[in-house]
Design a protein around this ligand. Structure first.
Ligand SMILES: [Zn+2]
Ligand SMILES: [Zn+2]
Length: 494
């Protein structure tokens, strides 16, 4: 399926020619940007970029593979239509995201963390003077241009963020206009200079889901490498230093050791072809599949073959970690897992964290993200992490289910805003009080979460179960066959 889709997308007209966009600067008198505008702009700018959770949980029918195929069928008819009058999205930043219209982000709360008694992490030099905070934030939408991610992050009260630099499920995307780059760089500037204050140390870009650098097929490897390099070039254009992606899969066609070598080859080559950007390998969830990077030893084996080790790091996703069998639920388990990471990979390679609870149990090999503290991992693990001095100066990125639509654009409360506050709240609670308070904190948080982002309760019938199982089986087989994309339809992952 993936292979067929890839082929189709390569052969059919590239998205570049789908729409001709008048310059935004030519339309200065426009009012606020609407949700439709944002979506429309997103399609023109970056195809169907969606925050990871939306892409899975809440994707409207038009954005499904079938929807896309249908869209392609009608492409000719669409192209014949005159371009829609634009000029509504001219205001910059969009009103909904204008920092003067909402409270500025909280700044950098620095909890007095215990002294570091393990080897330091691989954080890149900070632009923030003084003790380093945890750069806590979320994976944020780039609908209406990459710079909007920084404004959305500000609106949710984040100190760090992740974003895609193009559509995460498309091989080719339109190159950036200079205006988009300038806006991003302006938004990265310190608050005193009119920016949002997100230095390069606070931003962890997430790479395309299509990339599989572990695939031994030379043509497919080359295609992945082109997409990988394009992602990293975009990071460089934007002035972003940390690029995180999924290492890949053997697709069942070779031993994992062969894939380690192929992935390292790509890293070494991209280090020579694009300056500065650090390649950050993400750990993966499904330890029973062909995926590479589910074990610490996989990550170590790749890093071992990287020539310029100053430009390689690891991003640990807590849901993936837990699903792959690494326990972090208690203080002891958390410390033992992090000790194992230091011994097998090395703290100096730790470059970022994805903060996700898990809908499934330890070692389930399923990649199903849950809101913080409300899954099988639980609040204690996240309190440990927030109080761990090893996390100082690293981007800590929420990829938890966020609910319908884009609440930040709608002015609605956002689950991530609440999760950021929750994480800073539990960070401050001392050990002696934790056991007696955690139950109440969790209960209150669950009520709040259910209000903002009601959990989807779908009671499957027997028939549903059979169909879903058959579908999932087919999809999984195909996925493993062709791609490193671990993001099943049933997965909230990133
Ligand atoms: Zn992740
Ligand atoms: Zn990911």
């Amino acid at each position: 399926m993936v292979a067929r889709k890839v082929k189709a997308e390569t052969e059919i007209a590239p998205p570049v020619v789908k729409k001709v966009r008048p310059s935004r600067s030519a339309t200065k008198s426009a009012p606020a940007i609407s949700k439709a505008d944002l979506e429309d702009d997103a399609q023109a700018d970056i195809a169907d970029e969606k925050p990871p959770i939306e892409a899975v949980d809440n994707a409207p029918p038009a954005k499904t593979a079938r929807g896309k195929a249908k869209a392609k069928e009608t492409e000719g008819a669409e192209a014949a239509r005159p371009p829609r009058p634009r000029g509504r999205a001219a205001q910059w930043p969009p009103v909904e995201l204008d920092p003067s219209k909402h409270p500025a982000r909280a700044g950098y709360p620095v909890h007095s963390l215990p002294p570091l008694n393990v080897a330091p992490n691989g954080a890149i030099p900070s632009t923030t003077p003084g003790p380093l905070p945890h750069f806590l934030g979320a994976h944020t939408s780039i609908a209406a241009g990459p710079a909007t991610a920084l404004y959305r992050a500000g609106k949710m009260g984040a100190n760090g963020l992740a974003l895609f630099v193009k559509s995460q499920r498309q091989w080719k995307s339109t190159p950036y206009e200079q205006e988009a780059i300038d806006r991003f760089k302006d938004a990265m500037k310190p608050v005193e200079q009119g920016g949002m204050g997100y230095g390069p140390e606070t931003i962890l870009v997430h790479g395309s889901y299509l990339i599989n650098l572990g695939n031994p097929d030379p043509a497919k490897w080359n295609m992945s490498y082109t997409c990988f390099k394009d992602d990293i070039e975009r990071c460089h254009q934007l002035g972003v230093k940390l690029y995180n992606w999924h290492p890949g899969s053997t697709v069942g066609a070779c031993e994992k050791e062969v894939s380690f070598g192929l992935i390292a080859k790509a890293i070494n080559r991209v280090h020579k072809e694009v300056p500065e950007v650090i390649t950050v390998i993400e750990n993966m969830a499904n330890a029973k599949s062909n995926l590479v990077g589910t074990a610490f030893t996989d990550l170590a084996a790749i890093i071992d073959q990287v020539e310029d080790k100053s430009r390689v790091r690891v991003c640990l996703d807590t849901c993936h970690l837990f699903a792959a069998g690494y326990d972090i639920r208690t203080p002891e388990a958390y410390r033992a897992t992090m000790k194992q990471f230091d011994e097998q990979v090395g703290n100096k390679y730790l470059g970022g964290i994805h903060l996700n609870d898990s809908k499934t149990e330890l070692g389930s090999c399923k990649d199903l993200h849950e809101n913080i503290g409300l899954g099988h991992i639980g609040l204690t693990a996240f309190r440990e992490l927030m109080r761990d001095p090893l996390m100082s100066g690293l981007p800590l990125v929420l990829e938890t289910p966020v609910g319908e639509g884009n609440p930040l654009d709608m002015g609605d409360p956002c689950v991530w805003t609440e999760e950021i506050q929750l994480l800073y709240q539990i960070q401050k609670i001392e050990d002696a009080e934790w056991e007696s308070t955690k139950g109440e904190i969790e209960a209150q948080w669950r009520v709040k979460r259910d209000k903002i982002n009601p959990p989807k309760e779908k009671k499957p019938t027997k028939k549903d179960g059979k169909v879903a199982a058959a579908k999932a089986k087919g999809k999984k087989a195909k996925r493993d066959e062709e791609s490193c994309d671990s993001h099943a339809e049933d997965s909230d992952s990133d």
